[in-house]
Design a protein around this ligand. Structure first.
Ligand SMILES: [Zn+2]
Length: 89
């Protein structure tokens, strides 16, 4: 298992069955910030996508949709890790 944020290899935690997701508090905090950035980025992309669709720029709209999908996958990954981490405390 590697740190979800920086990719550093994590040591297994003794006792607890739940694997760690971050190497430290810094990575956990910057992940919270990344979640906020991703939210803002997705909102912006959605705006662009609908604007391009209105203008008939279907290929641009499709690109935006693909990018939204990618960002949402990352967001989902981070959110599920956050949930695991806070449930652990
Ligand atoms: Zn890390």
């Amino acid at each position: 298992m590697n740190c979800l944020k920086c990719g550093k290899e994590l040591q297994d935690r003794e006792g607890s069955g739940r694997p760690r997701r971050y190497c430290g508090e810094t990575c956990q905090k910057t992940t919270m910030m990344e979640i906020r950035r991703l939210n803002a980025r997705i909102a912006q992309l959605e705006k662009s996508e609908s604007l391009w669709r209105i203008k008939g720029a279907e290929r641009w709209a499709a690109n935006a949709a693909k990018e939204i999908e990618r960002q949402e996958a990352r967001l989902a990954e981070l959110i599920s890790a956050e949930r695991d981490e806070s449930a652990d405390v």
